[in-house]
Structure formats: structure tokens, C-alpha cells
Design a protein around this ligand. Structure first.
Ligand SMILES: C[S@@+](CC[C@H](N)C(=O)[O-])C[C@H]1O[C@@H](n2cnc3c(N)ncnc32)[C@H](O)[C@@H]1O
Length: 396
């Protein structure tokens, strides 16, 4: 049997592509999945390879010579695939509905390998509010992100091995990781390689990291500490990424606007626009002088912290910036504590909001942080160079 695959979803319009996440996978990533599952194919008798979001069939080349299953909710791709695959092994269905081995004629004792590129909706991808397709699925699989539902569906099928593409954020953002539930409780990550979302054309402007994750079924599952210490490979480089090696602003700099009973007015008339992660920090406004429901209250005491975020926003530009986009802002706390004055001087010189503050407030800030009344531009350039070096060293 020789599988072919559709090169792209030419039969779908842009809206359908976004709704179903029909971004087909390039060959070199499929080959990577092939390499990762090969040892398990060699070790197990009569494995069944299943792609439950098969789309154009990019992964079907890995099924050659093995028993397989394919499924997709898109009737056209199923029809095309049925032309060269066994019709009884191609399922036109919602892979998140009535999930069981029986549905796909997979024996309970078969060694099941799940591969593919399930759809996902990340806020930085082309999915915008209201644009995503409805996630109709078994209640235990429901999540606002289709990709999370797909991962749980693999656990529900009692798959023995899972090797799929998904956003790195599913693992490294603790709140997302918890949402994986049955998947994180029953699987352990054995290998993972990171690449940029820009590999897929049309997935939206903000680049973000995606992984090919290889997971083995395991009764102990994985906890967040395990993920923090995991060494992710980075595709086509000899570099690795390990979350626990990076310090973030979490627990140090407040990200969110005041809660119900917190003061809403800044004593120095300064606010900072809320942010979730590095991507949103880089995209959103920074200092402002008007209170806003989405703005954090800046005080004399915490001003240097937001001055740091402003410096990060202006100066953080490593070649692999996309890799860090979904993380909380990175920081070297010792450096920031020791450079409070420089950070405030840089922000006061560079951000127009400060020129809107009354002289009295500016003097208050200057005296608190030891800022001279008049700045010399060459000194600010030196400060900028020092901050830039420190900020870009955060990812070396
Ligand atoms: C990112 S594409 C990947 C396609 C293919 N695996 C590839 O890499 O070329 C995701 C596929 O998931 C399908 N899909 C989306 N929701 C689905 C669902 N609930 N059940 C089955 N397939 C679904 C889409 O039709 C689309 O073909």
C-alpha cells in the first residue's frame, strides 16, 4: 500500500480552516514523528497506528506496512483518503464523540499508537473570539481548547503511545497543564522537540512554540515539577529548553488589575496595562496615566518593577523570541533589585506617560529612586545598553 496525501486543504475556505484547525503538517515534522515512534513499532507485535484528525493524510505515510485507523470530521478528506486506504479503516466522524476502541474496531489488547496533528485553538493563533468551531464532544472530554479534548480522547482510547503535535503551552502553563486531567494522570512525556508555529502558514501573526510530544502510557502520570525539569529539544539545533532554568515575574510582579477591594487609584497617577505572558506584554500598551479596568495600579514602591517590564518590552529581542512567548515575563530578580534606579531612569526618559505627570510627582519619584533632575542622553544610552545586555542574557 502506498499512501499519498493532500498537500493542503484546498477544498476548504479560510473560515472552515480556522474552525476545524485544518493546518496540514509539513513532511519534515512527519518524519520526526516517524523517528520517534520507530522503536515502539519494532518492539510491539501488530501495533495499530491511529490518526484521529487525519485531514489531508500527512501522517499516513507512517502507516505503510502496519495496521492503521484514520478519522476526520471533514467528509472530503475522508473521501479522498478512502480512495487509496481501506474504507473500513477510514472513519468519517467526530473523534471526540462516543470515544471507544469499539467505535474504531480496535481490539482491547492491541498496542495502540496515536499520531497526528490535532486541531487546537490558542489565543495567539488565528482563532479569534467566536471564530472557533463548536466543540461537540463527550462531556468528560470537553474543554474550551479542542487540542486538550483531543489529548484526553487518547487517554480514553487507552492508547499505549501518543506522538502528536501540540502547543508547548499545554505543558508549561500550569493552569493549562492541570486541564489535561486524564491525559497527565495516565501518560508520561519521554521525548519532545520544539518548533515555531510559523512552520504552518496562515496560523496567525504571533509566533508561538509547538512540540512533537512522545508520551508513553504510565500509571503514575506526570506532575508539573516533572514538566518544569524536562529537557525539551529544539528542532534543528543542539539547544534545549528547560523551564526550571528560567526565573519569571510570577509571585514577584503583579500581572492583574486590582481585585474588588483593592485600591483602584494610583497615588502617583500611573498605571500599567495588564499582561498574561511575554507575547501579550510585547503586544499590549505599557504605562498609562488614566485608570482603566484592565490596568494595574503603579505605586512609588513598585514603579521599578513596571519600569523593568517596560525595558523588557522595549529591549527583549533574541533570535528565538517565539520560544518564550507563552511564558510569564522572564527576569533576573537580583539584577532588577540592584538596578532599580537605572530601570526607572530609562522608563522616565523613554515613555511619554511620565511627561504627563505633575512636577511634584516626578520629584517624588526622582528622590525615591535617586534619579537626577536632568538626564544626559549619552548616560541614558549607556543605561539602555546595560539593560539590553542583561535582558537578552536571560535566554542564553
Ligand atoms: C491540524 S489539521 C491536521 C490534519 C493532518 N493530521 C495533517 O497534519 O496534515 C486538523 C484536522 O482535524 C480535523 N478535525 C477538527 N475537529 C475534529 C473532530 N472533532 N473530529 C475529527 N476531526 C476533526 C480537521 O478536519 C483537520 O483535518
Amino acid at each position: 500500500m502506498n499512501f499519498l496525501s493532500i498537500q493542503g486543504p484546498a477544498h476548504l475556505d479560510q473560515k472552515s480552516i480556522i474552525e476545524a484547525g485544518s493546518f496540514y503538517t509539513p513532511r519534515h515534522l512527519v518524519d520526526e514523528v516517524g523517528k520517534m515512534i520507530q522503536p515502539y513499532l519494532d518492539e510491539n507485535d501488530n501495533p495499530i497506528i491511529f490518526d484521529s484528525s487525519v485531514g489531508g493524510g500527512a501522517f499516513t505515510q507512517l502507516m505503510d506496512g502496519y495496521d492503521y485507523r484514520m478519522a476526520d470530521s471533514d467528509p472530503v478528506s475522508c473521501n479522498i483518503l478512502s480512495a487509496f486506504a481501506d474504507r473500513n479503516r477510514v472513519f468519517h466522524s467526530n473523534s471526540l464523540n462516543e470515544v471507544s476502541r469499539e467505535k474504531y474496531l480496535i481490539p482491547e489488547d492491541a498496542y495502540l499508537i496515536q499520531i497526528g496533528n490535532p486541531p487546537y485553538n490558542d489565543t495567539t493563533s488565528a482563532y479569534k473570539k467566536g471564530e472557533k468551531g463548536a466543540n461537540e464532544c463527550d462531556p468528560d472530554l470537553f474543554d474550551r481548547d479542542l487540542g486538550v479534548s483531543f489529548l484526553r480522547s487518547y487517554a480514553k482510547l487507552n492508547s499505549n503511545l501518543v506522538c502528536v503535535l501540540h502547543p508547548l503551552a499545554y505543558l508549561v502553563k500550569e493552569t493549562n497543564f492541570k486541564r489535561l486531567r486524564t491525559f497527565r494522570e495516565n501518560y508520561i512525556l519521554r521525548d519532545a522537540v520544539i518548533f515555531s508555529s510559523s512552520t504552518f502558514s496562515g496560523t496567525g501573526k504571533g509566533k508561538f512554540p509547538i512540540i512533537i510530544g512522545l508520551y508513553e502510557k504510565n500509571h503514575e502520570g506526570m506532575d508539573y515539577e516533572f514538566i518544569r525539569d524536562f529537557q525539551f529539544r529544539i528542532l534543528d539545533t543542539s539547544k534545549t529548553f528547560q523551564l526550571s532554568k528560567h526565573e519569571t515575574t510570577d509571585g514577584f510582579i503583579t500581572k492583574y488589575p486590582p481585585r474588588k477591594n483593592d485600591p483602584k487609584e494610583s497615588p502617583i497617577g500611573l498605571y500599567y496595562y495588564t499582561f498574561r505572558d511575554i507575547n501579550s506584554l510585547l503586544r499590549s500598551a505599557s504605562f498609562q496615566t488614566q485608570p482603566h479596568y484592565n490596568a494595574i495600579v503603579v505605586t512609588l514602591e513598585n514603579l521599578y518593577q513596571y519600569a523593568y517590564l517596560f525595558a523588557l518590552r522595549s529591549l527583549f529581542n533574541p533570535t528565538d523570541r517565539w520560544l518564550y512567548g507563552n511564558l510569564s515575563p522572564l527576569i533576573d530578580r537580583t539584577f532588577v533589585e540592584e538596578h532599580q534606579s537605572e530601570l526607572v531612569r530609562y522608563a522616565m526618559d523613554q515613555h511619554p506617560a511620565f511627561s504627563e505627570l505633575p512636577e511634584k510627582t516626578l520629584n517624588q519619584i526622582r528622590s525615591y529612586y535617586g534619579v537626577p533632575g536632568k538626564e544626559i542622553s549619552s548616560v541614558i544610552e549607556d543605561i539602555e545598553a546595560e539593560l539590553k545586555t542583561a535582558i537578552n542574557q536571560l535566554v542564553d
